[in-house]
Design a protein around this ligand. Structure first.
Ligand code: HEC
Length: 195
């Protein structure tokens, strides 16, 4: 009788252990599936584009390089430019720049608005008055490829519309540009109005 009970107990413990293991593997499996889904959803940032506009670089007034001609036929829109500039999946310019006009949009009573418009980094110079400091052609050069706008600075600012920057982005985004030509034009129009 004792052996029967012992065998029974051992088998109960064993199956409990097995079940535990099995359910853990199942949980792990589900978890992996979730991770894969998240990865797929954020494969490449919202602003990125596979098409690169043709542009001609000329000498600027204050800077050694500028792009006088717009990248798109459709004119830029300042309001859309502001939204693209603050969007973490697009320009994410606030990570490095303070912009008073954007800060003014942060509504203290709305945490989402404070999150989007209220946090400004200090790695780069404040962009207030930038429309008076640079021509539109120079602002376009700065956003497209700041390495060419500030050749001596070894700048940390990313090139938003240059394939050369693709080595700085995550693997899924290689060969793409961080901002579409239209987003560049929208942001440049927004910057031009910061006087
Ligand atoms: C990783 C940080 C970083 C990000 C992100 C960044 N910048 Fe910059 N930016 C800089 C730095 C640093 C400079 C100064 C140039 C240098 O390196 O000397 C600069 C310079 C500039 C300038 C010239 C300002 C002046 O007064 O000289 C403009 C205009 C500008 N950035 C616009 C933008 C816009 C628009 C975005 C988003 C689309 C952006 N930056 C994103 C770091 C950044």
């Amino acid at each position: 009788m004792r052996t029967v009970i012992r065998t029974f107990c051992v088998s109960v413990v064993a199956s409990a252990l097995l079940l535990g293991l099995a359910s853990e593997t199942f949980a792990e499996h589900e978890n992996k599936k979730k991770v894969r889904k998240v990865r797929a959803a954020s494969a490449c940032s919202a602003g990125s584009s596979s098409s690169v506009a043709r542009f001609k670089i000329e000498k600027g007034e204050a800077l050694p390089a500028s792009i006088p001609k717009a990248l798109t036929k459709k004119p830029g829109n300042a309001e859309r430019g502001l939204e693209a500039a603050v969007n973490p999946g697009k320009g994410n310019c606030l990570a490095c720049h303070h912009i008073a006009k954007v800060l003014a949009k942060a509504d203290e009573s709305d945490p989402e608005s404070v999150k989007l418009y209220g946090n400004h980094g200090e790695v780069g110079p404040p962009l207030n008055g930038v429309g008076a400091r640079f021509s539109k052609a120079e602002l376009r050069m700065i956003v497209v490829d700041p390495k060419k706008a500030f050749p001596d600075a070894d700048t940390v600012m990313p090139a938003y519309h240059a394939r050369t920057a693709s080595k700085d982005v995550k693997r899924a985004c290689r060969g793409r540009v961080m901002l579409s030509a239209q987003s560049v034009e929208d942001i440049v129009t927004f910057l031009e109005e910061l006087k």
